[in-house]
Design a protein around this ligand. Structure first.
Ligand code: ADP
Ligand code: MG
Length: 461
């Protein structure tokens, strides 16, 4: 195999790395020797498996990057352990060997703690929709290239309960853990706080706590809002953040609301959170609810007719966890009865959740009246042909609510609004739906109206 003159490239890489690490790499890299090169590969020899493992853990990413830059092409490093080494004998260089990041190498990093993840909270089981696609894309970017972008650090995913924050965060963790040798730590805000309190009590802050949280490559803290009640915990998180950020370690947090709404969070910690990327997850729309339920049914090996899926999707609108709960309840009931699921069984099992039954007189007229009141309009204006901006706005919201809360078709809805055609209704509802994703005020208004409509229905009934 002719040496392709990669030796100078290798030497420059090592020199450059020594400068960058202010000599920290010298000890390790002096035990690594260049042997030869082919077109795209460099063969090196490490003095022992231990040395190689350390080098791989500490410097492999940077070495590969420098090599590729200096050589102007992709270079793979192939290693062998010195024949004099304590463990393992000579590996002949002609044998196929493993590149620096090969999966079989990764498995060798046995001292890496296994993160506590829910097994099926992976990207593959996450249904992507309009409601979560930005958060999902950001999660993917961070998982595939952690710490690559300063403005993605930290990544913060926020949104209401049961919308998939934990699933997405653990998806990131799973991906990184499985595809690299990085040390990943997942903990809830509660867990972090308990740890802190306990370690302070046992005077183990330096020996255990800092070791645990400040020596990771990826820190994932779920439900960060829960540390609002702990001033000391916040202070500790602040220092942990500082240290990890300085070392360019990726951090991901989730929160049940925008960070700016955490009233009891220390300002300096809040300002650190602001450095990164913030992504909201919205409640799923009808189509997404259907997709998620179908996906879950498959995941849990349930056989469920589509009409049952539609029934649940229509009636459970709050969040994904409730959807899952309803599906489980129905399917387990079916198992118990030893029967396959029918619409009837589903209706019986869901009876407390059914919109149409809970809100006995939930009618188009109720929705229209509540919406008209809310926007200070008359019922006739809301249903009529006036084109002023505020009237059009209210009318669209009302149409959207009717579509969400009743079984009426678009054509029927049009008739209830002074004879509009179904295309107009379709466009109006979509406009509202799209705007809600970017306009939190509108989103809040619609939620509020839904609640009022339901209460109105109960009182009136
Ligand atoms: P959060 O952390 O926001 O409260 P979770 O991540 O715990 O919500 O999600 C609640 C349940 O819903 C979990 O079982 C999760 O797998 C499921 N889930 C949420 N969003 C999705 C989605 N987009 N696709 C598939 N499952 C989802
Ligand atoms: Mg959660």
């Amino acid at each position: 195999m002719p040496d392709k003159d990669l030796k100078p490239v290798w030497e420059n890489t090592i020199k450059q790395l020594a400068q960058e690490t202010r000599g920290d790499s010298n000890f390790w890299l002096s035990s690594l020797h260049y042997i030869k090169a082919s077109e795209n590969e460099i063969y090196v020899e490490a003095s022992s498996a231990f040395v190689w493992e350390e080098i791989r853990k500490r410097f492999s990413k940077r070495i590969e990057k420098l090599l590729n830059e200096l050589a102007g092409k992709e270079i793979t490093i192939l290693e062998r352990i010195s024949a004099q080494a304590d463990e393992g004998g000579e590996v002949p260089l002609s044998m196929p060997q493993e590149p620096l990041h090969s999966p079989s190498k990764i498995k060798k990093n046995l001292d890496r703690p296994v993160p506590q993840f829910q097994e099926d909270y992976v990207f593959e089981t996450f249904v992507v929709s309009e409601a979560n696609k930005y958060a999902y894309n950001a999660a993917q970017a961070v998982a595939k290239n952690p710490s690559a972008k300063k403005n993605y650090n930290p990544l913060l995913i926020y949104g209401g309960t049961g919308l998939g924050k934990t699933h997405l965060m653990q998806g990131i963790g799973h991906y990184i853990y499985n595809n690299s040798d990085l040390k990943v730590l997942y903990i809830t805000g509660e867990g972090f706080m308990q740890d802190f309190v306990e370690m302070v009590g046992r005077k183990k802050m330096d020996s255990e706590f800092k070791k645990k949280y400040r020596h990771v490559d990826i820190l994932l803290i779920d439900d960060i809002h829960t540390i609002e009640k702990g001033a000391g915990t916040q202070e500790e998180l602040f220092y942990t953040f500082e240290e990890l950020y300085k070392k360019n370690k990726q951090m991901v947090f989730t929160c049940d609301r925008p960070i700016s709404e955490l009233k009891n969070m220390a300002p300096r910690l809040q300002s650190r959170f602001q450095w990164g990327l913030h992504m909201a997850i919205q409640p799923p729309d009808y189509e997404t609810r259907v997709a998620i339920l179908k996906n879950m049914a498959e995941r849990y090996h349930y056989t469920v007719p589509d009409e049952v899926i539609y029934l649940i999707s229509k009636n459970i609108t709050s969040n994904v966890r409730d959807l899952e709960g309803a599906l489980n309840r129905i399917c387990e009931y079916g198992v118990l009865l030893g029967k396959s699921i029918t619409l009837e069984i589903a209706q019986r099992e869901l009876k407390d959740d059914l919109v149409s039954q809970r809100q006995g007189n939930l009618s188009v007229e109720n929705i229209q009246r509540v919406t008209a009141d809310y926007f200070h309009l008359s019922l006739n204006d809301l249903k009529g042909k006036k084109r002023s901006a505020n009237v059009v706005r209210a009318r669209r919201v009302a149409m959207y609510l009717v579509r969400e809360l009743t079984e009426l078709s678009l054509t029927e809805i049009g008739q209830e609004f002074g004879g509009k055609d179904h295309a107009t209704v379709h466009v109006s509802c979509n406009d509202i739906e799209n705007e809600m994703r970017i306009n939190n005020n509108l989103y809040g208004t619609v939620q509020e109206l839904k609640r009022m409509v339901k209460e109105y229905g109960v009182k009136g009934g």
